[in-house]
Design a protein around this ligand. Structure first.
Ligand code: FES
Length: 329
């Protein structure tokens, strides 16, 4: 069966021109090259790339090892989203007669389909992905935990560190310092482990800027993760733990409280008060930083109404809050 595959080619050493997708390089160094391959109906995108490299262009750079969704090395952009090439069927990704593959623009490119994973590994290291022992283990013994205590962590343990979640993370795309979905999911794995002694210290660190509260719930990480780790869900668990431990003096927690308060009081979000309540009215710097976004919203006719009205049937909303209980009962 014939397949058409369009490959983003890039060579760091070629002279750059007017713009590889920002922020890393310029586009002139990147070009798209089309290849035809003959493969069975059930073939994967990686099969096509390997055939190209073996029989048509040996200079094509592609990273892979296990070909079984274990090593995580073949994550790349396929039709504009991060996927493992070894588990992506050509027939599922062929659109208008072709499949387009390229290095994800959110990561520094090295060559062709190979990107530099340094940002990914740096973020992983930052969250201290190891257990900080509670007390020295007596010689010849080991830490033992009940199975039930580990069930909660199984989801994250499935991570193969392919980086697909970070490649498509909307927050990382605008803030390179954001810890990102994979690292935060790993952070949860160690924070919630009953053998770890640094729970409070970890939660304090993860609650700081560029941490758990910088996630925008775009769900790209949940969608792209090939192993069902659902990093966003682990981030939400970390947020809950941090609030329960009292780490609430930050813009993220205030934002969440202001959001809930507004919905409880009027049935809808009051966007005009959200910023001041999240960052503090006297935080002039934050207010000024939000001005460009406010102007853009005004230009697009998306400014919220100046008079915030309650919705009809507000009592039903209030009854939901009362039922859920907690701070907003
Ligand atoms: S080649 Fe190992 S995960 Fe795809």
């Amino acid at each position: 069966m014939k397949w058409t595959i369009v490959v983003g080619r890039y060579d760091k050493d070629q002279p750059a021109g007017s713009g590889y997708p920002p922020p890393f390089e310029s586009a002139a160094a990147k070009r798209y090259q089309t290849f035809e391959v003959d493969l069975p109906e059930h073939a994967m995108v990686l099969d096509a790339l390997i055939q190209v490299r073996e029989y048509q262009d040996e200079s094509l750079a592609v990273r892979c090892a296990c070909r079984s969704a274990i090593c995580g090395s073949c994550a790349m952009w396929i039709n504009g989203h991060a996927n493992l090439a070894c588990t992506s069927k050509l027939r599922d990704f062929t659109v208008d007669g072709k499949v387009t593959v390229e290095s994800p623009p959110s990561m520094p490119p090295i060559r062709d389909l190979v990107c530099d994973m340094t940002p990914f590994w740096q973020k992983n290291r930052q969250v201290r992905p190891w257990l900080e022992g509670k007390e020295p283990v007596p010689a010849g013994e080991e830490y033992r935990v009940p199975n039930a205590a580990m069930e909660n962590l199984i989801q994250e343990v499935g991570c193969i560190s392919c980086g697909a979640c970070l490649m498509d993370c909307e927050s990382f795309a605008v803030n390179q310092n954001f810890l990102g979905p994979a690292a935060l999911a790993k952070a949860y794995r160690y924070t919630a482990d009953p053998r770890d002694a640094e729970t409070r210290d970890r939660l304090k660190t993860y609650s700081e800027p560029d941490g758990v509260w910088d996630c925008t719930h775009c769900y790209e990480c949940v969608q792209q993760c090939p192993k069902g780790v659902a990093p966003l869900e682990q981030i939400l668990k970390l947020r809950r733990m941090a609030v329960e431990e009292g780490f609430t003096n930050n813009a993220g927690t205030r934002h969440a409280y202001a959001f809930a308060e507004s919905v409880k009081d009027s049935g809808r979000l009051n966007e005009l008060t959200l910023m001041p309540k999240s960052f503090g009215l006297l935080n002039i710097r934050a207010q000024l930083q939000s001005l460009p976004a406010a102007f853009n919203m005004a230009r697009a006719g998306k400014l919220p109404p100046l008079i915030h009205k309650k919705i009809p049937g507000l009592a039903r909303i209030k009854s939901i809050f009362a039922k859920v209980g907690g701070k907003f009962k």
